[in-house]
Design a protein around this ligand. Sequence first.
Ligand code: FES
Ligand code: FES
Length: 228
Amino acid sequence: MSKETNLVSRREFLKDAGLVVGGATVGSAALLSACKNNGKSGSVTKYVCPLDSKEFDSLQALKDHYASAHEGVDLPDFKTLNINGVDYSVIINDYWSLAWVLRETLGLYGTKVGCDMGQCGACTVIVDDKPMYACLLFACEMEGKKIRTVEGLADYGNKLNKVQQAFHDANATQCGFCTSGFLMAAQALIERNSSPSEDEVRHALSGHLCMCQNFKKTIEAVVAAGGK
Ligand code: FES
Ligand code: FES
């Protein structure tokens, strides 16, 4: 095998992953909160008025409040994001990244933010079956797409899925900060290639950096997951 075939190009990974370049710097408070953090049974439970922070149980109640308490002020547009099979109605500023909305608006903290500039892979989620960096995606462009986060991998209260179990069995995490990103990339790979070779795993994970340097066991885990 030539040397080149073993080399994995991060540029190639980025191209394959179909990433949207042009990330967002975010900093505003969330306007809407969703309380269930597991992303499976999650449903929007509170609508928070962005003007006076009063909370309501339904969108209609918030609209009624707007009409009476803030007459003449337009209610911001709500967008619907489908995350782990659940539709969330959220207010999204145009410049918010998907990573920001997942974490700070919806409380899905399993998606980690490392570099926030498309270099480390910690924020990887699956969008319409492709692994993508959530820090580089504009949340406002995600309507109509199926987004999956690490919270959606296992059945809550039941067992880990086979990729998670393989990571556990191979002790493929250390501090764990980057693990959810690796898991999502590995999950996407296993779904399109049920038994990937080591080279294919290396390619699929080449967009991920792990400060703990646990790459060997991570690759072993994904190969093992494919064999199950
Ligand atoms: S946080 Fe998105 S790639 Fe690093
Ligand atoms: S396990 Fe610690 S940074 Fe990857």
